[in-house]
Design a protein around this ligand. Structure first.
Ligand SMILES: [Zn+2]
Length: 453
């Protein structure tokens, strides 16, 4: 990749005037161009950051004020492998990260600052968090053009394996060091880019290769060559006046954990500070039942078979009964996937219910939750639903409900049983989306009255 970056940067100096074939000319190392020179001939997409596409490459255009500023970054696989729980849109591999752009000589470093060790309200020179804990550098993009209002850098550091697909793929397949898949940069290239006022989406088509043909799943046309679309989202931090809430062991809500080194914490039994992971639900009028100001809106991916959409929709919406009791109406909403080419299920603005097809099912359904690491505020949820969910239900009918007639596969499983099975499964996963863990002994350890104390 280093070589590729260099070639691209060198080419940048000569492309504007002559537009020579890509990779055909190597010019001497040059100063960055002016923005006007570089932007001429580029496709420009305006959003929170401007994206420039030129000669097959992607560049990010920052204003100087955007340096050293915190943003959110998420990375997910945009396609599955059809097996081994490597599925599209899975947010479980990497939590939402804080991200900054920092100047690094003639490049821009994409940095993940450390968010797990904090000392709120104390000046950094007192506690020295930044001296005592490291940050991580995702990559450095060469600056190719610059003026007073623009810093344009090469986005090819996004080619590298920030999501750790190497571990995901090789861990799932159980490869040996000899048969392990590796990232082949010579067959890795940019996909779609989208820019919006508060986020941008950049796709990278990574190629995962191995020389050992027989270790692989038989779900790719050539098992030695697996393309994984990796979707990067960069977004403005949430700014909706969210107030974090402390976690409480008596209620099984997921938590967002810090180590807090503030001296005010020295008297506490532990330095661990835990915030609830939750959606910012509130009624429009706190004095009477009213609509949610910030509802959790789910989109039904058009990958979901039409026959199952009513059951899945009803299951998600059933949670509204709980919110009605605290005066919040229409807290949860379900909409069909818009018929809009700009709508992308991997755009982090959308909570998506999606259908997962695998050669051998590795799960039934899985909740997907991303939250602001500073506060625990959820900003994106969703559910992966295995295409085998209905088959599992039919099998349950045959094995447990009507076992006497086992083997008589010609008997139809009642439609209501399939419907109810989706209800149970999707309501369960929606509960996770709302921040709830499995109940374990929680429902027996305390009465409702005790919980309310
Ligand atoms: Zn569960």
């Amino acid at each position: 990749m280093r070589a590729r970056t260099l070639i691209v940067a060198l080419l940048g100096a000569v492309i504007v005037a002559a537009s020579p074939p890509r990779h055909a000319v190597a010019a001497p190392a040059a100063q960055p161009e002016t923005y006007a020179q570089f932007a001429a001939g580029a496709t420009v997409q305006h959003g929170i950051f401007t994206i420039l596409r030129k000669d097959g490459e992607v560049y990010v255009d920052l204003s100087p004020q955007q340096l050293n500023t915190d943003y959110l970054e998420t990375i997910v696989p945009g396609n599955g492998m059809g097996a081994d729980f490597i599925v599209w849109g899975n947010t479980d591999h990497l939590p939402a990260m804080l991200m900054r752009f920092e100047r690094a000589g003639d490049g821009i470093a994409i940095v993940w600052p450390n968010t797990s060790f904090v000392a709120p309200h104390d000046p950094p020179e007192t506690i020295g968090i930044r001296r005592n804990f490291p940050q991580s550098v995702v990559g450095i993009g060469k600056i190719v053009a610059e003026d007073a209002n623009h810093i344009v850098f090469d986005a090819s550091p996004l080619f590298r394996d920030s999501l750790d697909m190497a571990h995901i793929i090789n861990g799932s397949l159980g490869t040996t060091p000899k048969s392990a898949y590796h990232l082949d940069l010579s067959r890795t290239y940019f996909g779609a880019t989208k820019a919006f006022p508060e986020n941008v989406v950049i796709d990278v088509n990574q190629l995962w290769a191995t020389d050992a043909p027989h270790v692989a799943p038989d779900t790719a046309p050539d098992a030695r060559s697996i393309q994984m679309r990796i979707v990067y989202n960069f977004a403005q931090l949430p700014h909706d006046h969210y107030r974090p809430r402390y976690a409480d062991d008596r209620v099984g809500i997921y938590d967002d954990i810090y180590m807090d080194f503030a001296p005010s914490r020295d008297q506490a039994p532990s330095r661990y500070l835990r915030y609830l992971v939750r959606w910012n639900f509130a009624p429009a009028d706190p004095n009477k039942p009213s609509r949610a100001t910030h509802p959790m809106v789910f989109y039904l991916s058009n990958t979901i078979p039409v026959a199952y959409r009513p059951a899945i929709t009803a299951a998600v919406l059933r949670w509204n009964r709980a919110f009605e009791k605290i005066g919040i109406l229409d807290a949860i909403q379900v909409k069909p996937q818009p018929n809009d080419p700009n709508w992308d299920p991997d755009d982090i603005r959308y909570n998506v219910l999606r259908w997962v097809t695998e050669e051998q099912p590795s799960f039934g359904a899985d909740s997907q939750t991303l939250f602001d690491p500073r506060t625990g505020e959820e900003f994106r949820t969703g559910i992966l639903i295995s295409a085998d969910s209905a088959r599992f239900a039919a099998q349950a009918w045959r094995d447990y409900v009507d076992p006497v007639r086992y083997g008589r596969d010609t008997d139809p499983v009642p439609a209501w049983f399939i419907y109810d099975s989706f209800q149970a499964e999707i309501m369960h996963e929606t509960g996770h989306n709302l921040g709830m863990q499995h109940n374990f002994i929680g429902s027996m350890a305390y009465t409702a009255k005790e919980l309310q104390s």
